[in-house]
Design a protein around this ligand. Structure first.
Ligand code: OKP
Ligand code: ZN
Length: 389
């Protein structure tokens, strides 16, 4: 497996609330360090450590604008420095919201508050999305990994494996070691450790850089051409519902979102089976499939949901597969409540890839918080995936 990693993703380090105490966030740099160490030790994969160039960073921000508002991106980029300058946070501290935006009849056109201190609550939905001194660099590095993974799968990309190795060895799947993760955030709200929706950026990359043969129309922007015909299937295997990804593609008939997640768990207000897309006859009706699973469920019960998920993805006949891969489904995870063991991930990886063998796939890392077991869980998933491939 080609695996993409960028050391800048380690720069983001923040805190979150556990009960009434501020603790170092479960989503920590040590997660990626542990994974990279296990991959190196296994000697099995093509681990590519990259550093986003200034041009890559600019390009990632441009691509992010298709998903996130400019006000939101600018806030995420600048708020830490603004708070530091105003004496609201210390150099090694974190920016956290005090008060969240409310939804009421009088404020439907609510604008971001002018007060720097008030702004984080407008652009976030929880307190698990703090911003530290170098968070922005990590966030962009993480997004760029998803973008570069998509480039590796594009048929005519100069950086694709086929350019040097010939068509037979063209990459079929690429794993992006994204951190921070992405599936909880949408247009202008961070949350659940997520700031930029990495999977959405991979999709934007496919749409903007696909070769002309696949294109059906061009946008007025000469730098970007858009394809409306490409179809994407997102399979979200993180323990938590990817509310951000669902929201971004809910009305898009060319993107199927399928998620298996803990029922009634974080983020609490989304993820019901009844969320199936806009009502018929909207063409996007039926392009959202939530498969909530009771907490405490066994791997057998999980597999039953997985088969439903994979059948839906197969039926959709997507051009590209995007997998939001979280290991917080592990039985020991502090934030997850399924009974899934290390050896089960090999079966999971095999099941997914054997059902969807021919679809080029970007796998983006989401959650998973048992740091010292993350590496072996991931290696098991990849082993199963590669046997099927
Ligand atoms: C992100 B991902 C502990 C509560 C943490 C946020 C959970 C985010 C999960 N303070 N709440 O989907 O793995
Ligand atoms: Zn999760």
């Amino acid at each position: 497996m080609i695996i993409l990693h960028d050391e800048d993703t380690l720069l983001h380090e923040t805190v979150e609330l556990l009960g009434s105490k501020l603790i170092p966030a479960f989503e920590s740099p040590s997660r990626i360090k542990a994974i990279v160490q296990s991959i190196n030790h296994s000697g099995k994969h093509d681990l590519r450590t990259i550093t986003a160039s200034a041009a890559d960073q600019t390009s990632a921000v441009e691509l992010a604008k298709a998903t996130h508002s400019t006000g939101y991106l600018s806030h995420i980029q600048h708020v830490f420095k603004q708070w530091l300058d105003e004496g609201l946070v210390e150099e090694h501290g974190s920016v956290l919201p005090e008060c969240f935006r409310l939804h009421n009849t009088a404020n439907s056109k609510l604008k971001p508050p002018k007060d720097t201190f008030a702004r984080p609550g407008y652009y976030a939905f929880d307190m698990s999305s703090g911003i530290s001194q170098h968070s922005w660099r990590a966030i962009i590095a993480s997004a760029n990994l998803a973008v570069q993974a998509a480039h590796l799968l594009l048929p005519t990309s100069p950086t694709s494996a086929s350019a040097t190795n010939g068509d037979e060895t063209e990459a079929k799947s690429v794993l992006a070691l994204c951190r921070p993760p992405g599936h909880h955030c949408s247009g202008q709200q961070a949350g659940g450790y997520c700031y930029i929706n990495n999977i959405a950026l991979a999709i934007t990359t496919f749409r903007h850089f696909s070769p002309p043969a696949q294109k059906t129309r061009r946008t007025s922007n000469p730098h970007f051409s858009s394809t409306s015909r490409l179809k994407f299937a997102i399979l979200d295997l993180d323990f938590h519902h990817g509310n951000g990804t669902q929201e971004l593609f809910y009305g898009d008939p060319n993107v199927l979102y399928v998620s298996i997640h803990g029922e009634d768990e974080f983020p609490y207000y989304t993820g019901a089976a009844s969320e199936t897309g806009p009502p018929a006859p909207d063409p996007a009706h039926g392009t959202n499939l939530n498969l909530p699973l009771a907490t405490g469920s066994s791997f057998d019960e999980y597999l039953r949901k997985l088969h439903v998920a994979l059948q839906a993805v197969r039926d959709f006949k997507a051009d590209y597969l995007l997998v939001s891969l979280g290991f917080d489904t592990f039985h020991l995870d502090p934030l997850g409540k399924f009974d899934i063991r290390t050896e089960n991930y090999k079966v999971m990886g095999w099941q997914v890839r054997s059902a969807l063998r021919d679809i080029p796939g970007v796998i983006a890392l989401e959650g998973g918080y048992v740091v010292d077991r993350l590496g072996e869980n991931l290696l098991n998933f990849l082993e199963g995936w590669e046997i099927a491939e």
